[in-house]
Write a protein that binds this ligand. Sequence first.
Ligand code: FAD
Length: 498
Amino acid sequence: MAKPRITEVVIAGGGTAGWMAAAALARFLGRDYRITLVESDAIGTVGVGEATIPQIHLFNAGLGIEEAEFLSATQATIKLAIEFVDWVRPGHTYMHAFGAVGRGLGIVPFHHYWLRARAARQAEDFGAYSYNETAARSGRFAKTDGRASAIPELTYAYHFDAALYAAMMRRYAEQRGVVRVEGEIGGFETDPTSGDLRALTMADGRRVEGQLFIDCTGFRGLLIGDAMRSAYLDWSAFLPCDRAIAVPCERSEAFRPYTQSMARPAGWQWRIPLQHRTGNGHVYCSSFMSDDQAAAALLANLDGAPLADPRPLRFTTGRRERFWVGNCVALGLAAGFMEPLESTSIHLVQAGIARLLTYFPGAGIEPADRDQFNRLSVFEWESIRDFLILHYHANARDGDAFWDACRVMPIPTTLADRIALFRASGRVHREHEELFTEEAWTQVMIGQGIIPRAWHPLADQPSGEDLSGFLATLRDGYRRKSAMLPMHGDYLGRMMAA
Ligand SMILES: Cc1cc2nc3c(=O)[nH]c(=O)nc-3n(C[C@H](O)[C@H](O)[C@H](O)COP(=O)(O)OP(=O)(O)OC[C@H]3O[C@@H](n4cnc5c(N)ncnc54)[C@H](O)[C@@H]3O)c2cc1C
């Protein structure tokens, strides 16, 4: 008997993940599909998640959302970089900025020239050769036309109010026919033969039937865990923070176009400027710090008056062993959680949605499609995981018990190999389609104090004079061009008024 075409999709959970999925499926599948989203007002959402990476543009553009509308609906600001304060040791700072750093010559990436100039004491800090970092440090931003200049455009993402973004996604999805069911999911029905999900059973007795189920129930992982039994792989041996405390505060005068990540004795603190407030949070490891100490450290380091009571959150870093099992696909926190450190969670939601659309079933689910979806997801999660571990592992905060433990913790061989290669010859190994670019890896390796012993031999070709002239031209060009940009707040105001 021919299998029926899959046209009925049920999304369990209405946080950022659930409503992003609903919006994208409604946009790309169209009205021939019946999409239902079930969420519980009583349970609520995790309510954090304010920093993004530039890939968010693809998602918004795919939905046809205008930037000006998005900026005012979500109280968003511009993010050019993350500043890491005190991560290597107290008093030290560096940035992981988006976009290029310097300019490679021929086949040799820029950082090899920088390494040679640095060894000759002719180079400034690596960040001086990043246009994004130069603009971020001067608090400036504008969209410019990179074609008219040798210097490319700034590469940017956003900071936004996650609740307002989810609300925007909800409006978008409902306007395109997504049906919202409010209430608590009490259980589920599965097919006794295949084990596939058939329906969600609501606590009040209603049933919500479907053919494909998307689990966006957050840390609970109600469907992917309880129903489909996909194990949770615990990564806390590599990413040991397991708690966070979040609090918004009044926005300060300094309206920075970047996220700040400040190391603390057993974790780190984020500071994220939005238009209407500043988001703050302290991520920490409960084996090294009590909840009271964490809250006190956060409240002592706000740059404005708190606007709410601090909100505690608990998590275990890790991922689902399989993200798609039977007819259930996990997205968002139901799929796993690493760290908010490089703002990758919302990106992982978006990447999971894009992957689901690529492998979307026709008549019945092909195991080969599902396996490929899982393989690609595991690859993406593990390469992001390694990038995050690097920040913790490569530190010189001697004497802080938490940081001492991070320095000596065993790390995945994939990361150990990357560090060894970079240390030996300055080369960055990057797998095909990996999220973080060569520049991202280089900035964080150098930023965290991993300085290669050698550089590419071809970087020896320019004369010493030509090399320092090349570096100075880049640096001065970025400085000149940044100085001509408007202040970030002024530009935002203009963008929204346009
Ligand atoms: C401390 C912290 C900081 C973070 N910072 C960032 C960041 O800066 N950038 C970033 O990209 N990401 C960040 N994240 C991650 C980000 O918050 C999440 O990826 C994003 O909010 C998606 O969450 P979610 O929708 O999967 O889950 P949730 O927001 O928890 O939503 C779960 C939904 O499921 C529903 N639900 C659950 N159980 C039931 C039930 N039984 N019946 C009915 N409904 C149910 C809930 O009502 C809710 O609607 C952060 C996360 C944490 C913990």
